[in-house]
Each structure stands twice: as structure tokens, then as C-alpha cells.
Design a protein around this ligand. Structure first.
Ligand SMILES: Cc1cc2nc3c(=O)[nH]c(=O)nc-3n(C[C@H](O)[C@H](O)[C@H](O)COP(=O)(O)O)c2cc1C
Length: 168
């Protein structure tokens, strides 16, 4: 199955359900080494006259090493039949196993970031900005405590959406 190129203004998606309910894979790296993880927090929008994606990645994630190393990342969205697979990418670390091999997903390397053949929608994004959340910036202390008493503060990445691929 092949993908056709689309553009942001033609995209007919609800970003809230697409990210938070359907979930996505965040992937970065190259043919030699890459990694992907499930994410359900993020945004699609616009800033600095670019159409952008925003993702939030905790410092514990192996994927963060690839996001730091590479200039591009991809966001891959799947249909419901891949829910279990996304659960696997969201509960196992690439430090401990080869998630592609374990699940059978097929990475593709013909763009500036790896993406998956089985996806229904792929966004290829170029990093523009990254910054970690800071405790002192939280308006509501409870929100900080609720989310960060156990794990590290998320790092935000804003990326220009350079390529949109839709499964034909
Ligand atoms: C539904 C779901 C959503 C998730 N969303 C995020 C997220 O937005 N940011 C994040 O840092 N981790 C998120 N995670 C956790 C990572 O996917 C998980 O820790 C993963 O095992 C990290 O893999 P890695 O170590 O190979 O990078 C989510 C997990 C699931 C199951």
C-alpha cells in the first residue's frame, strides 16, 4: 500500500481525538538505529508562520536520545486494528527490545525520519524548538505534583510539519 502527499489545509482530522484517543507513534533515527514510542499528549497547530506539531517527552524515554540526535521526527497514526501494537510501543523500551521485531511493524526510511508502512497518516516534522517544563512555571502546584512526583518533567518539541503522507 502506498501513501500520497497531502497538505495541512486539506487534512480532515480532529486533532483532539487523533492524538489523545487514537494515540500516535513518535519515531526518530535512521536505518542504522531508530526508535519509536507511543504518545497521546501533543498538539497540531501553527506558530512562527509554520504549521507545527508539538510533542511532550519525558527524560526517561529512550526515544528522547533519538529526538535529540536527529533533526527530524515523524508522527504516525494508525487505525484501531493496531491498538495493541501501540500499547506495546507505549509499555516497552527500545533499550530492552526491538519493538519493530516484536510487533511486526515495518519501518520505512525514504523520508527524513523513519515512519511505519502500516500507518494511515504520517507527519514528517523538522525540529524548531525544544524546552523542558520547569516546576516554577506551573500556575497550579497541584498539576505539577500530580504529574511529576514520580517521573521527570516532559521536554516539549515543536516541529515544522514538512511532509504529510496519507495512506491511499
Ligand atoms: C497511550 C500512551 C500514551 C503515552 N504518551 C506519552 C507521551 O505523550 N509522552 C511520553 O513521554 N510518554 C508517553 N507514553 C509512555 C511511553 O510510550 C513509554 O514509556 C515507552 O515505553 C517509551 O519507550 P522508549 O523508552 O523506547 O522511548 C505513553 C504511553 C502510552 C501507553
Amino acid at each position: 500500500m502506498s501513501f500520497r502527499k497531502s497538505n495541512a489545509e486539506q487534512l480532515l482530522v480532529n486533532p483532539f481525538t487523533l492524538i489523545n484517543k487514537d494515540w500516535m507513534l513518535v519515531a526518530a533515527g535512521n536505518k542504522q538505529s531508530h526508535n519509536a514510542m507511543t504518545a497521546s499528549w501533543g498538539a497540531l497547530g501553527e506558530i512562527w508562520n509554520y504549521y507545527t506539531s508539538t510533542i511532550y517527552v519525558r527524560p526517561e524515554r529512550y526515544t528522547l536520545e533519538f529526538l535529540d540526535r536527529e533533526e527530524y521526527y515523524s508522527l504516525c497514526f494508525f487505525d484501531e486494528t493496531h491498538r495493541k501494537t501501540l500499547g506495546f510501543y507505549g509499555s516497552h523500551s527500545g533499550r530492552d527490545c526491538d519493538k519493530d521485531k516484536e510487533t511486526g511493524l515495518t519501518p520505512v526510511f525514504d523520508q527524513k525520519a523513519p515512519y511505519y508502512e502500516e500507518a494511515k497518516l504520517v507527519l514528517i516534522c523538522r525540529k524548531l524548538y525544544t524546552q523542558s517544563f520547569e516546576e516554577k512555571a506551573f500556575i497550579n502546584a497541584d498539576l505539577y505534583t500530580k504529574n511529576y512526583s514520580k517521573d521527570g518533567l516532559h521536554r516539549m518539541f515543536i516541529g515544522e510539519i514538512c511532509e504529510i503522507l496519507v495512506k491511499e
